[in-house]
Design a protein around this ligand. Structure first.
Ligand SMILES: NC(=O)c1ccc[n+]([C@@H]2O[C@H](COP(=O)([O-])OP(=O)(O)OC[C@H]3O[C@@H](n4cnc5c(N)ncnc54)[C@H](OP(=O)(O)O)[C@@H]3O)[C@@H](O)[C@H]2O)c1
Length: 262
């Protein structure tokens, strides 16, 4: 699948992985881009840095159902269809489960998961109107392997994987493909408060995720062979993976303490 001339909606396209995807999309020839993010100023600045591209700037919180409805309505009104939906916006708040504030549990589910369900729902008729529709969902390595202190974040990301599999099978007769990407630690604002870990660059994660979309790959998993081995072990023999986690428990607790980007 080529991206040239495609009409694309991306959530969280103003910073981090999303911003790098915007750059890549434009390099690949996308000329019509709808972006949802909360901060109006960064939306404006981003659109001004690509004067050749026609932007639909939708400022608002994806946790707000009206923002999602408005996005789909504006796309229907302006373009009449949508080729690519990229569900990228996400937030994190780590910590021992019993200490996480209730609001941060609700917000992580609303932004990381419910928003994806609803935005996808609203965009399906638009994607069906495309000659070749596609969806890219950004999950996380923590959606493949459940880690302590990320029970909420990780379970929203695991839900995205399941949703992606269901949607791929449901939309196959309509020529709409679904790709799900699982970055590991990536050097963005989201990771500023996470201590001590080698990270991928957001450029690499953006490029590889979009390659996956273009090649209609089902899953794009980051972290190399080691991660693949860990995922298999976690699935086939979870108690063996429990032992691995026991060995790094204190270190991981320390690294994740205060890890919050909301
Ligand atoms: N960085 C990592 O290590 C990593 C690893 C695995 C998976 N991921 C996933 O990759 C995706 C992108 O992460 P990132 O690291 O690039 O994050 P980031 O640097 O924090 O950027 C987040 C983007 O999403 C937007 N956003 C956040 N909350 C929003 C909300 N409620 N409504 C609308 N827009 C919102 C932000 O803009 P505004 O603040 O203006 O709204 C920003 O454009 C997320 O789904 C994340 O979970 C990241």
């Amino acid at each position: 699948m080529q991206l040239k001339g495609k009409r694309v909606l991306i959530t969280g396209g103003t910073r981090g992985i999303g911003k790098c995807m915007v750059k890549e999309l434009i390099n690949e020839g996308v000329t019509h881009l709808a972006i949802i993010a909360r901060d109006k100023k960064s939306l404006k600045e981003l659109s001004e840095s690509y004067p050749e591209v026609k932007f639909l700037r939708i400022s608002g919180d994806v946790g707000n159902i009206d923002v999602l409805r408005e996005a789909a309505a504006r796309i229907e009104d302006k373009w009449g269809y949508l080729d690519v939906l990229i569900n990228n916006a996400g937030i994190v708040s780590a910590g021992p489960m019993e200490e996480l504030p209730d609001e941060e549990i609700y917000d992580q589910v609303a932004v990381n998961y419910t928003a994806i369900l609803l935005l996808t729902k609203y965009c399906i008729p638009l994607l069906k109107s495309s000659e070749e529709g596609s969806i890219l969902n950004i999950s996380s390595g923590l959606g493949l392997i459940g880690m302590p202190f990320y029970a909420v974040y990780g379970s929203t990301k695991a839900a995205i994987r399941q949703f992606s599999d269901s949607m791929r099978r449901e939309l196959a007769p309509f020529n709409v493909s679904v790709t799900c990407s699982y970055p590991t630690a990536t050097d963005t604002d989201m990771m500023q408060k996470f201590e001590g870990m080698e990270m991928d660059s957001p450029e690499l994660v953006a490029k590889r995720s979009l390659e996956g979309l273009m090649n209609k790959e089902l899953h794009v998993v980051f972290g190399g062979e080691e991660r693949e081995k860990d995922s298999k072990l976690n699935f086939m023999e979870p108690s063996k993976y429990d032992n691995k986690v026991t060995q790094i428990y204190e270190q991981f607790k320390e690294s994740s303490a205060g890890h919050k980007a909301m």
